[in-house]
Design a binder for this molecule. Structure first.
Ligand SMILES: O=C1OCCC/C1=C\Nc1ccccc1
Length: 472
């Protein structure tokens, strides 16, 4: 007999196996378990908090507990453990006393906020004393917020690098939102993760080829169109014309897309010849007479060198002007995009080589794939979820871990608030905070979403401080 696929939207199955046994493991008469989520540190000093709303809407809101799901979980866990450890009574209680809505309260920092590490980002607690065991049941799912958060953070720190070079070498910052394009759909581990990561990148930028990210923004952040793209070639649409047909293939791009931006990958055979002879001579007049911009795309070689060499060839052929910062600009009819080997680590090497050779950062856009959406893990920002407070026999207990073997894993104690002191975020512990000053907002309570962020709000919260960048 075919067993129904476990886990497809049965929230009782969206957890780690050991958690199914945890309701037996807390002290008797535990009535509250209160836990928090933080980035303990890692690659970037601050984190863009993003993506909790997706998880809440996708998995946790509404009457998610049903009789059928309890039955399915009971059967599956009985097979899985070979014993009956499943908390059938506890789940039936939620069904009967809460109509299947989860009796939890989740408070979080506003989505899009940039928060220095070791600050509380969200808290979870049970709202029904009988359901003390539920708080940490959903750690597994909630901690997956590490992914959108880390993508949004990694993407943001690249935005800061590009902003710095635009500030130093460009007339203005107007092009910034389109300077890092998401190429990462195919390199993502699944369509769902491409959707989550693609959406996270769009918190900072407006250019993407990851349609799944557009869909996620539409469905979970009320944004009808979170990102844009342009007609662009891939190697197959160039190489099918044959090695001797590259001129025809390129000309076809310019005639099929006579207006606006059009990008053309130009390294199929010899990018130097493509730039010098085809773009720079044979098609030069069409490009200069066209009502739009051709975007030449190298896609191989050592990025810092290839980018400057392509710019030098195109500059020689199409001419350049010196902008207000004293750097060279190609004419409006031609630009380049570098979509190979782009990451937080390589951006600076490319932009600094351009600057050294007198080229404005405004001549280029970047595409990033695997490094943008996939080459990250939970440890990149050291994301952790820990219990910090409990109520046991009516007594408040500050709960913490403090491993002698790793002081960095020490956890916070007691009930937490996130407050601003002299413009800096501060996490108040052990209930010493002032609830009236708490920046954590109740976003989820008893199965209902209490705060629904629009993507515009998230983007506003995540805006980079261009003035700060100018000073640095
Ligand atoms: O190369 C690629 O790999 C993977 C996904 C997209 C992609 C290129 N797209 C593109 C979009 C706008 C301007 C230029 C290229």
């Amino acid at each position: 007999m075919a067993y129904p696929a476990g886990g497809s939207d049965n929230i009782l199955l969206i957890t780690d196996s050991y958690k199914v046994t945890h309701h037996f493991q807390y002290p008797d008469n535990t009535t509250v378990v209160y836990s928090y989520f933080e980035s303990r540190g890692g690659k970037f000093p601050s984190t863009v908090f993003f993506g909790l709303q997706y998880i809440l809407k996708r998995w946790l809101i509404g009457p998610v507990v049903t009789k059928e799901k309890i039955q399915e979980a009971k059967e599956l866990y009985s097979l899985h453990f070979g014993h009956d450890h499943f908390n059938e009574e506890g789940w039936n209680y939620i069904l009967e006393h809460h109509k299947g809505y989860l009796p939890l309260r989740i408070k979080s920092v506003p989505e899009g906020s940039l928060v220095p590490f070791k600050n509380v980002l969200f808290t979870v607690e049970n709202t029904d004393p009988k359901c003390f065991w539920l708080t940490n049941y959903f750690e597994t799912l909630l901690v997956q917020v590490w992914y959108p958060m880390t993508v949004a953070t990694n993407s943001r720190y690249q935005k800061e690098i590009i902003a710095k070079y635009l500030d130093e070498t460009a007339d203005n910052m107007d092009g910034l939102p389109f300077k890092l394009h998401d190429f990462g759909f195919r390199g993502s581990s699944s369509v769902e993760s491409a959707g989550i990561g693609g959406c996270a990148h769009l918190v900072n930028f407006m250019g993407t080829d990851t349609i799944a990210g557009i869909s996620t923004a539409r469905r979970y952040y009320g944004c009808p169109m979170a990102g844009f793209s342009i007609p662009a070639a891939e190697h197959s649409t160039i190489t099918t014309w044959g090695k001797d047909g590259e001129y025809e293939a390129f000309k076809n791009m310019l005639t099929r897309f006579p207006k606006g931006l059009v990008a053309c990958v130009s390294d199929s055979y010899n990018i130097w010849n493509a730039c010098e002879k085809i773009w720079g001579e044979q098609l030069k007049d069409i490009i200069e007479g066209r009502d739009g911009t051709l975007v030449v795309r190298p896609d191989s070689g050592d990025p810092p060198e290839v980018v400057v060499k392509v710019l030098d060839i195109l500059g020689k052929k199409f001419g350049t002007k010196i902008n207000s910062k004293g750097f060279k600009m190609l004419p409006q009819c031609i630009r380049i995009i570098q979509g190979d080997g782009i990451s937080y680590e390589t951006l600076d090497t490319i932009l600094t080589n351009m600057k050294k050779n007198g080229w404005s950062a405004d001549n280029i856009a970047f595409g990033s794939g695997g490094a943008l959406l996939q080459r990250l893990d939970r440890d990149t920002q050291k994301c952790a979820f820990k219990c910090s407070y409990a109520l046991i026999n009516g007594k408040e207990v500050n709960v913490f871990k403090q491993p002698i073997t790793d002081p960095g894993k020490k956890s916070k104690k007691g009930r937490l608030t996130l407050e601003l002191q002299d413009g800096e975020y501060v996490t108040m512990t052990e209930g010493t905070g002032d609830p009236k000053k708490d920046l954590l907002i109740t976003v989820f309570e008893n199965g209902k979403l209490l705060r629904d962020y629009t993507f515009d709000e998230v983007r506003k919260n995540a805006e980079i401080d261009l003035v700060k960048n100018r000073i640095n």
